[in-house]
Design a protein around this ligand. Structure first.
Ligand SMILES: [Zn+2]
Length: 176
C-alpha cells in the first residue's frame, strides 16, 4: 500500500476522521479503525492533532507573508523611534509576551543610559516596562494623571506619541 495514494488508502479502509481547512491551506486526518461509531470523546485526540497541524500551517503562512513582515518592520521602526530623544545603546528583539506567534511583532529590550526598557505592541497599546532601569518610581506615582493600565513599573501607552512622552519622562525622572 502506497500512503501517498489516496485511492489506495481509501481502498484499504482509511477514512477522514476530521479536517480543518480554509482556502489557502488545510489538514485532513485519515484513520483506519475497525470501529466506525467513534464518540466525540474518542475523536478528541484527532481534533487536537489537526488543530496543532493547522496552527503550524498558519504560522508558516504568516511568517512568510511579505505584508505581515513589512507591517512588523514598520511597527519596529515606529517603536524604536520613540527613543530618539534619549538615545539607544542597544536593541535586543525578544518574543512578544502577549502573543508569541508570527501574527504579532516581536518585543524589544532597549538599552539606554538608565538601563533596559522592555517595549512591545500588545494589540493596540504599547507596553513599556522599566523594571530593569535605575528609575525605581512606580507607574502610579510617575504617571498619576494617566488613565491607562499600569502595574508597578509598567504602563500601557496608546500610540507612539504617548510612548515617546512616557519614555522621555522615565529618563528625566531618573536623571534628576
Ligand atoms: Zn498574534
Amino acid at each position: 500500500m502506497n500512503p501517498n495514494n489516496i485511492d489506495e488508502l481509501k481502498a484499504d479502509g482509511y477514512r477522514p476522521a476530521c479536517s480543518m481547512t480554509n482556502s489557502q491551506f488545510g489538514v485532513v486526518i485519515l484513520i483506519k479503525s475497525e470501529h466506525d461509531d467513534l464518540t466525540q470523546e474518542e475523536k478528541r485526540p484527532f481534533m487536537r492533532a489537526a488543530d496543532s497541524v493547522y496552527n503550524g500551517l498558519e504560522n508558516i503562512a504568516l511568517s512568510r507573508d511579505p505584508e505581515v513582515q513589512e507591517r512588523h518592520q514598520k511597527q519596529r521602526e515606529d517603536l524604536l523611534a520613540c527613543f530618539s530623544d534619549c538615545g539607544t545603546i542597544f536593541v535586543q528583539d525578544v518574543p512578544n509576551e502577549y502573543c508569541p506567534k508570527p501574527c504579532c511583532p516581536s518585543w524589544h529590550i532597549v538599552t539606554t543610559s538608565i538601563g533596559h526598557i522592555k517595549v512591545g505592541w500588545r494589540k493596540r497599546v504599547i507596553v513599556i516596562d522599566w523594571h530593569e532601569t535605575t528609575n525605581e518610581e512606580k507607574a502610579d506615582t510617575l504617571f498619576a494623571d494617566e488613565d491607562v493600565t499600569k502595574d508597578a513599573r509598567m504602563i500601557h501607552a496608546w500610540g507612539c506619541d504617548k510612548a515617546r512622552e512616557y519614555i522621555n519622562k522615565l529618563h528625566e525622572a531618573a536623571q534628576t
